[in-house]
Design a protein around this ligand. Structure first.
Ligand code: PGA
Length: 258
């Protein structure tokens, strides 16, 4: 992991969470306040929970959305704009998650348009990329992910240095199968090269998160790898006790305080 970039530990609740679960946000915020980790902490929640989650978080952790529309407003029934997320208290948004690409047919250019909209609204943006199991078996993983960076991350956003990338191999999401340390390190090294080619010096400081079955059992090793600038956590972000255990894996000594 870079010694200059403060890691981002981000949760993704996906389509989980009712009012009754908001106390988990309170518990995570309280724990971060009591023992601040050497990391930025973000939990991305369904739009229905955003404003209450932001209130409960009280600035101790950041709250984010899980997707946004590329337009500011308009006749898009059921969609939510980046401005709306911001208005509800979001500081960040995930775009291009593989579940959006798969179930909603989102393409790279669509993801790039969403990322740009989020950036214009002042949200930090996490752009997700990742290869399928077949692509990995064919030996195409590096090329696929490099292409996804090129078509999903707008160059001006990359140059702003405000975006993060989340590398989430599809076969690792929710499966309990985590790539080997060598596979993660190889991919993150490749993504760093792609980011520097795309955005010059700013590309060197863009955080590249790893996501896919991250738990306290593997976070230690993953966070210790070169060019891993944090993690994006699905299942293990739903309960404060699990998320907190991941936070405690952040190696404090490596980072300068924010
Ligand atoms: P997981 O999900 O941690 O449950 O594998 C990660 C993600 O999809 O962001």
């Amino acid at each position: 992991m870079s010694t200059t970039v403060r890691p981002l530990i981000a949760g993704n609740w996906k389509m989980h969470g009712l009012s009754a679960e908001l106390h988990e946000i309170g518990a995570i915020a309280a724990s971060v306040h009591a023992r601040p980790p050497a990391a930025d902490v973000l939990i991305c929640v369904p739009a229905t929970l955003l404003s209450r989650a932001a209130q409960i978080a009280a600035g101790r952790i950041a709250i984010g959305g899980e997707d946004c529309h590329a337009e500011v407003s308009g006749a898009f029934t059921g969609d939510v704009s980046a401005d709306m997320l911001k208005d509800a208290g979001a500081a960040a948004v995930i775009v291009g998650h593989s579940e959006r690409r798969l179930h909603h047919g989102e393409t790279g250019p669509m993801v790039a348009a969403k990322a740009k909209a989020a950036w214009r609204s002042g949200l930090s943006t996490i752009v997700c990329i990742g290869e399928s199991e077949v692509q990995r078996r064919r030996g195409d993983a590096l090329a696929v992910c490099g292409d996804q960076i090129a078509d999903s991350l707008p160059q001006d956003l990359a140059r702003s240095g405000t975006a993060a990338i989340a590398y989430e191999p599809l076969w690792a999401i929710g499966s309990g199968h985590v790539p080997t340390a060598d596979q993660i390190a190889e991919m993150h090294r490749h993504l760093r090269t792609c980011l520097v080619a795309l955005a010059g010096a700013a590309g060197a400081s863009i955080r590249i998160l790893y996501g896919g079955s991250v738990t306290a059992d593997n976070a230690d090793e993953v966070l210790g790898l070169p060019d891993v600038g944090g993690v994006l956590i699905g299942g293990a972000s739903l309960l404060a006790v699990d998320f907190d255990a991941v936070l405690r894996c952040v190696p404090e000594a490596l980072f300068a305080p924010a």
